[in-house]
Design a protein around this ligand. Structure first.
Ligand code: MRU
Length: 346
């Protein structure tokens, strides 16, 4: 069950995908009503919807929007159209494997239901998208329960980017224990890194936790070492966009640095990962495709020009934290050493 304090980033309403435009938060609460796969592609690319599970959910609805008007008369023609739309949506962002997981899951459902008439296959696509969203809330809550066993009342916990309710169907992954702790009357003190360059920590994590009445303190990314050295943080919990088979983890740029700092200070570093983010087909972190985003996110990142014209920019949106820096990866199936992540899917 979603608690009333949480904001829903993705909704299926009146035959359309309704997204909370996350580029406008925290200043404006604006909902976008999308009715085509092209619009969904654009919203994912522009980060209007973002965060690995939310991207997967949006793509799933996008696939339905892409095929609902199909005039295919045969299963083969419908299957081809479905694959064309799925391939297209898959080009929106490369790193979060949840996007591909959701599209593949819908394709598998259609394959299973191949004997049904086309109209029922279309309904099955929507049904599967709705199921993905419904299950995600339960998955996040379960991850939160597991993570809570690793934390204690009164702890300071640092997080990076937004692995929150805004990135999922409810609770978030890495933020789920914060919501559950609040429900239980615990007092966790959360430190949210601002998360350069597009400030998911400041704009989204600080916002949603504050809205929920959770004790959250915003810090700049370059303050994490100081905060750790001052003994304010007893654990780090982050989300992920993809976990490779060897336990390496891709997450928002800057996560790797936080993991190195945590190790240097003897602080446990936990990764919250729904199984939809665990990609055993990708052997190591080096095999994870890392998205590069436009230079303007850095040169004009805070709403005004903050760098010289024509400066060379390198803007990878994610980095890979090697397994050796990770204390545990927490999925809905339990708590795993990174090198044993394959067991999470057995
Ligand atoms: O570029 P973003 O905002 O989509 O990046 C999001 C993250 O890196 C999150 O930490 C990750 O997707 C996990 S969300 C539960």
């Amino acid at each position: 069950m979603t608690t009333s304090t949480q904001t829903t980033p993705v909704k299926w309403e009146d035959d359309a995908l309704v997204l909370l435009d996350q580029t406008r938060l925290p200043v404006e609460t604006i909902y976008l009503r999308l009715t085509t796969a092209e619009e969904v592609w654009g919203s994912i690319r522009r980060l209007e919807v973002r965060g690995a599970p939310a991207i997967g959910m949006a793509a799933a609805y996008g696939l339905y929007l892409g095929i609902r008007g199909s005039e295919a008369q045969t299963y083969e023609a419908f299957w081809q159209e479905l694959n064309r739309q799925a391939d297209y949506l898959g080009t929106s962002r490369p790193t979060a494997v949840n996007l591909f997981w959701a599209l593949d899951r819908i394709k598998a459902r259609v394959k299973k239901d191949a004997a049904l008439p086309i109209a029922e296959l279309k309904a099955a696509v929507l049904d599967e998208a709705l199921a993905i969203q419904k299950e995600d809330a339960e998955v996040c809550r379960t991850i939160g329960e597991h993570l809570l066993t690793l934390l204690q009342d009164g702890m300071g916990v640092l997080t990076h980017c937004n692995p929150g309710a805004l990135a999922t169907a409810a609770y978030g992954t890495a933020t789920a224990p914060f919501y559950l702790a609040k429900e239980r009357g615990w007092n966790l003190k959360v430190y949210a890194d601002e998360t350069r360059p597009v400030l998911q920590g400041a704009r989204l994590t600080a916002y949603e936790l504050q809205q929920a009445g959770i004790d959250v303190t915003l810090i700049c990314d370059n303050m994490a070492a100081m905060v750790m050295s001052q003994g304010k943080v007893q654990a780090v919990v982050v989300g992920t966009d993809r976990v490779a088979a060897n336990g390496d983890v891709a997450n928002k740029i800057g996560t790797y640095g936080v993991a190195v700092l945590a190790k240097a200070h003897g602080i446990p570093f936990y990764v919250a990962a729904p199984l939809s983010s665990v990609d055993l087909a990708t052997p190591t972190g080096a095999d994870i495709p890392i998205e590069e985003r436009p230079a303007e996110e850095i040169t004009h990142g805070l709403g005004k020009q903050v760098a010289p014209d024509d400066i060379k920019v390198y803007n990878p949106a994610f980095d890979v934290t090697p397994a050796q820096y990770i204390t545990a990866i927490v999925t809905e199936t339990g708590i795993f050493k990174p090198e044993e992540i394959a067991k999470s899917k057995q």
